[in-house]
Design a protein. Structure first.
Length: 301
């Protein structure tokens, strides 16, 4: 008798593809939020599988803070050109120039909060009713409170106490005019699942995820890359280190890890042994005990 049982990764893939197809079926104008990071790349790959051989029936959108790693932007543009993607790019700098947000100042300034306004404005402008993304429940405690279909009110705000039940994977995507949903197809995946899936599917990712030499400064235990956006404190100095990144964000708040992992096999082995979460080196999560949840309530993805 033939065994038709699915592997762990196959079950996760099947679940994610089902959710992505549900979005296409229930919503009029969805979008896939893309950052160039491993998780959004994984969701994009799953979306391609969900509708193959047809094209993905919705665009991708990147909220560009313009403080990103150049390698991530290069990867984004090359992917869009290679695959013929409808890639919408919205700039935080435009929001600042229009007076919609005030840029932070100081040595620990970041555009992480500023991108909330750009994202919310873009959703309203383009009338998106569902935004898919690569957030996972294991990333952070606020992420763990999310459903697959996460409702946002007419102000793009999230109420973690007002989540719709999803019994037996039945999803309710009904919303009033002006409201929308954030949808997380890989909610049940772990960081290890993502790395193993990237290896299994032979998916290209930015070279930032692999070990390379880079000038960094050690700020309170976080290795921040040298950039024109970073202001050194008194007594700080850059040094050359062999590092890689487990998560990608702004250069001003995303820390590297010391590592000599030059391929996915090495990364999988390293992640299996570490006791530090992938967001452990994110300055934006250290601002308060509820930093992520506070941002999400205001419209952060």
């Amino acid at each position: 008798m033939q065994n038709y049982s699915l592997s762990h990764l196959e079950e996760l893939e099947s679940e994610a593809i089902f959710i992505i197809r549900e979005v296409a079926a229930q919503f009029q104008n969805p979008v896939l939020l893309f950052s160039g990071g491993k998780d959004s790349i994984t969701v994009y790959h799953l979306a391609k599988k969900a509708f193959w051989p047809a094209k993905i029936p919705f665009p991708l959108m990147h909220i560009d803070t313009e403080h990103n790693f150049p390698e991530a932007i290069t990867f984004r543009d090359q992917l869009a050109e290679k695959d013929g993607i409808n890639m919408i790019v919205k700039s935080v700098q435009d929001s600042i120039d229009q007076g919609r947000v005030v840029e932070e100042t100081g040595v620990n300034s970041s555009r992480n909060l500023a991108q909330i306004t750009t994202l919310v404005d873009s959703i309203e402008e383009l009338k998106f009713d569902a935004c898919l993304g690569g957030a996972r429940r294991d990333e952070e405690k606020a992420r763990a409170k999310e459903r697959f279909f996460s409702h946002r009110d007419e102000f793009s705000q999230w109420d973690p106490k007002n989540q719709r039940p999803e019994l037996w994977n039945i999803f309710n995507g009904r919303c009033k005019m002006g409201e929308h949903f954030r949808v997380f197809p890989i909610s049940n995946w772990t960081e290890m699942d993502v790395w193993q899936y990237l290896k299994k599917e032979n998916i290209d990712i930015p070279n930032l995820y692999f070990a390379h030499e880079r000038e960094v400064v050690n700020r309170d235990g976080v290795l921040l890359a040298k950039s024109e956006f970073l202001t050194l404190k008194e007594g700080e100095a850059y040094e050359n280190r062999i590092v890689r990144y487990r998560t990608l964000g702004d250069m001003t708040c995303t820390g590297a890890v010391t590592s000599e992992c030059y391929n996915l096999d090495d990364i999988i082995e390293e992640v299996a042994a570490t006791r530090i979460t992938e967001r452990g080196g994110r300055f934006d999560d250290r601002r308060s005990e509820t930093a992520m949840e506070d941002r999400k309530k205001d419209g952060y993805f």
